[in-house]
Design a protein around this ligand. Structure first.
Ligand code: SF4
Length: 436
């Protein structure tokens, strides 16, 4: 029987180890000159790429790690010296400078792209693919995923429009399926290997396993106290979910993580451990402030604030939070449905997330919602002010709206953030006192 000592913190430790292992594998691929595929977290086509045993690079993830490791400034400046505007997404600029430096990264070496696979989930993806095309002549496969076209939108994290428009959904699914079949042909060309449908099935089965655990994990954080901080630990878990999607290691990691969280829930071990009592249950909206990631977290945790849920773990999980499992009897058809649903879910989550947030306020019994729009990313920041108004109209919670960036320290002011965050908690404390 596992004890508290063995279980608590195991997910964070193992997550770091697996993440470092992923970077080690990429370094080995770069040194051996093996063909690597690049893909993105929203609309990840990782299952197809993995079925060809290609090392898979997630450029957003290696870029954000440069900010976490506090070297992003050098890379951003190098890209800006070559003409990129300060307004352009920091992930792209960091990756561009990394390519100019032969893949040099603080955690290893990133191999060059032999194939890039992207979707229209974010318009920056399209321009980013063009950079690799220009630098290396990399073949770029862009999958056009039709968005939700009716004024019927997701409610909470439930199913999208498809259920209400089955004919349109099936037409769109077939359209995506055709593009996936083209992608498979391109992978055969790049790797010189024949496509193996049973290998794809196996990878998809492992993604199904991981997705089931992912949903359990997110739901377990409804407990009081919540077992993990969805902004801090949630981001580590999200990283592992993306880079180890469709692998044995990834599926096992999330099974273990659910075991840890069940234990924490039963034993009442909260995200703040024994250090501070959970005083305020918060929702986080957007992407964290990586240039001062730990400190950013502390500005909330020092007040007993815990992020019980985060929109990041919805829209950047490649659809893992959706109640959907691949049908392994019709893998390519089902993969098309999965990609269609996950991209729509991500973009609907971004555009209409007030409904998901209102539902999350109820389900997670949140006292406050923290909006963190960032300079780099219009895709995740647009509409947050309107979302805040909608949430405030619908629920009796406090909302905080703070701006910074996920890469660029020049627009991050700890003192300003602290002032606003302290004032927010003073408001929450005073509400608590009044209601007591
Ligand atoms: S613009 Fe936003 S969503 Fe698009 S790549 Fe950059 S950070 Fe990601």
């Amino acid at each position: 029987m596992s004890t508290t000592t063995e279980l608590v913190g195991r997910g964070a430790r193992d997550g770091r180890r697996l993440f470092e292992g992923w970077f080690d594998d990429l370094t080995a691929a770069a040194e051996e000159g093996r063909p690597a595929a690049y893909t993105f977290v929203m609309g990840s086509l990782c299952e197809v790429l993995r079925s060809f045993d290609m090392p898979v690079v997630f450029p957003e993830i290696h870029s954000l790690q440069m900010a976490v490791r506090r070297v992003a400034d050098e890379y951003l400046s190098e890209a800006e010296d070559r003409g990129f505007s300060p307004d352009v997404c920091g992930y792209v600029k960091a990756d561009y400078a990394l390519q100019l430096r032969g893949g040099e990264h603080p955690m290893g070496r990133i191999p060059k792209p032999s194939l890039a696979v992207l979707t229209n989930a974010c318009n920056t993806y399209l321009k980013w693919g063009e950079i690799w095309e220009r630098l290396y002549d990399t073949p770029v496969m862009t999958l056009d995923i039709p968005g939700t076209r009716r004024p019927v939108r997701i409610e909470g994290m439930g199913p999208g429009n498809g259920e209400r428009d089955p004919d349109g959904q099936e037409r769109d699914r077939r359209y995506v399926e055709g593009q996936i079949r083209e992608l498979i042909g391109k992978c055969e060309e790049v790797t010189g290997r024949a496509f193996d449908v049973d290998r794809l099935r196996e990878v998809m089965r492992l993604t199904n396993d991981m997705a089931e655990s992912w949903r359990d994990l997110l739901a377990l954080n409804r407990s009081r106290p919540a077992g993990f901080d969805a902004m801090l630990e949630g981001t580590i878990y999200l990283g592992v979910a993306n880079v180890l999607r469709g692998t044995e290691e990834g599926a096992a990691y999330f099974r273990d993580l659910v075991e840890e969280m069940e234990h924490r829930t039963q034993a009442g071990v909260g995200a703040l451990g024994g250090r501070t009592e959970e005083r305020h249950r918060l929702l986080f909206v957007g992407v964290p402030c990586y240039p001062m990631f730990r400190r950013f977290y502390e500005l909330f945790s020092e007040w007993g604030g815990v992020f019980v849920s985060s929109s990041y773990t919805w829209f950047a999980s490649g659809g893992l939070d959706e109640p959907f499992a691949y049908d392994l009897d019709r893998p390519i058809e089902s993969l098309a449905e999965g990609v269609l649903r996950s991209v729509r879910h991500a973009t609907d989550s971004l555009m209409f997330q007030d409904r998901a947030l209102i539902r999350a306020v109820d389900e997670f019994e949140a006292d406050g919602v923290v909006y963190h729009p960032i300079k780099s990313c219009r895709t995740v920041s647009t509409g947050l002010a309107a979302s805040r108004r909608a949430v405030l109209d619908a629920r009796d919670v406090l909302c905080l709206y703070i701006e910074s960036d996920m890469m660029d320290r020049r627009v991050v002011s700890e003192a300003q953030l602290k002032n606003r965050i302290d004032a927010f908690f003073e408001g929450l404390e005073s509400r608590k006192r009044r209601s007591a």
